[in-house]
Design a protein. Structure first.
Length: 322
């Protein structure tokens, strides 16, 4: 890891680091972000790993031109345009229906994707130089404040990421406003663009009911759960005989399993790879219209904790767990 001043040469190095699958912390006008190539699921899995978040949370995608929206959303809500014209580049994150091009892990399995164009020359230059959108949450450890200087990032994540671009203190200092446009415009997180300014442009905005976990608008209820009942495998589990079973294996499926469809998360038992594949595997099992998903538990260390959190949430209360 190194901290490099954010000049032209170093932005080029940082862009190459991103395209090669690395993680780069970079300044935006709000706070420092921890960036990865949006199309590289393994790199995105590493973001969750280094942040030590015990659960998956959808990540904001950063773009440098409005055309890039087509990579991210499958349709643009009408109300987005006046907001984009008024506030981009700037601290307003907009949520729309996700394009299939965006990997499932970026949006934590949701059918929606959050995107913004940061108003910071370093962030914009980095995205342009990398020639792809950059997925980036705030560059802090889980439970810590968002970093507004390069040294905040270095203190929390220094040894674990590939590069920190130092662009000085971030001017806004609070995170972006998060606005969901998939239905009636709804404020999920207050932030750098005041609600009143938004309402001047598009009229009244709904305010999402307060989340049980502050600072986490990607609330549980928004999260993807498979259609099929999911059961976490345990020793006394009796497999119902007449059902179409989808089997979610960690590294390999047992030879005697009579499943309709099997998904394997990581043949080499690598938790980063397993995390990168998790949501897409669950979606494929759903698409196969299985009645029940039997999920093998994974070791609860590193990313395994977030994987187990997701499986437990999907298992919910509908089936008796051990
Ligand atoms: O200012 C910012 O927004 C900074 C800079 C780096 O851009 N980023 C940031 O990211 O604060 P993060 O991950 O710390 O917070 C983003 C919030 C998360 O709480 C997440 O749940 C929510 O946005 N979010 C992202 N995608 C979402 C989606 N599709 N639906 C609902 N909430 C979403
Ligand atoms: Mg954050």
């Amino acid at each position: 890891m190194g901290i490099l001043p954010a000049n032209k040469t170093n932005i080029k190095i940082a862009a190459r680091t991103i395209t090669q699958g690395g993680l780069v912390a970079f300044p935006t006008e709000t706070v420092y972000g921890l960036g990865a190539d949006v199309f590289n699921s393994l790199a995105v899995a590493r973001i969750f790993e280094v942040k030590k978040r015990p659960e998956f949370d959808p990540i904001i995608i950063h773009i440098a031109s409005v055309e890039d929206l087509n990579l991210i959303w499958r349709q643009r809500p009408d109300v987005a345009l006046p907001l984009i014209e008024s506030f981009w580049p700037g601290p307003l994150t907009l949520i729309g229906l996700k394009s299939p091009k965006i990997p499932e892990l970026v949006t934590a399995g949701l059918d929606t994707a959050a995107v913004r164009m940061p108003n910071h020359s370093v962030a914009l230059a980095l995205i342009k130089e990398a020639k792809r959108p950059i997925a980036a949450p705030s560059a802090n450890l889980f439970g810590f404040l968002s970093p507004t200087t390069a040294s905040h990032v270095a203190q929390q994540l220094g040894s674990q990421i590939d590069l920190i671009l130092d662009g000085g203190p971030t001017p806004v200092g609070i995170e972006s406003t998060v606005l969901d446009l998939t239905g009636k415009p709804t404020l999920l997180r207050p932030g750098g663009v005041p609600l009143e300014e938004i309402e001047k442009i598009i009229g009244p905005v709904r305010i999402a009911p307060p989340s049980p976990k502050p600072l986490a608008p990607g609330q549980l209820t928004h999260h993807y759960a498979p259609r099929a009942t999911l059961v976490i495998k345990h020793d006394n589990l009796k497999l119902p005989s007449k059902l179409k079973i989808g089997y979610l294996a960690f590294s390999s499926a047992p030879a005697n399993i009579s499943a309709y469809k099997v998904e394997i998360l990581s043949p080499s038992r690598n938790l980063r790879e397993a995390a990168a594949n998790l949501f897409a595997a669950l979606h494929r099992l759903d698409q196969a219209k299985v009645d029940i998903i039997i999920a093998e538990p994974v070791p609860e260390e590193g990313l395994g904790r977030a994987i187990m959190d997701r499986l437990r949430k999907a298992a919910s209360a509908t089936y008796p767990q051990r």
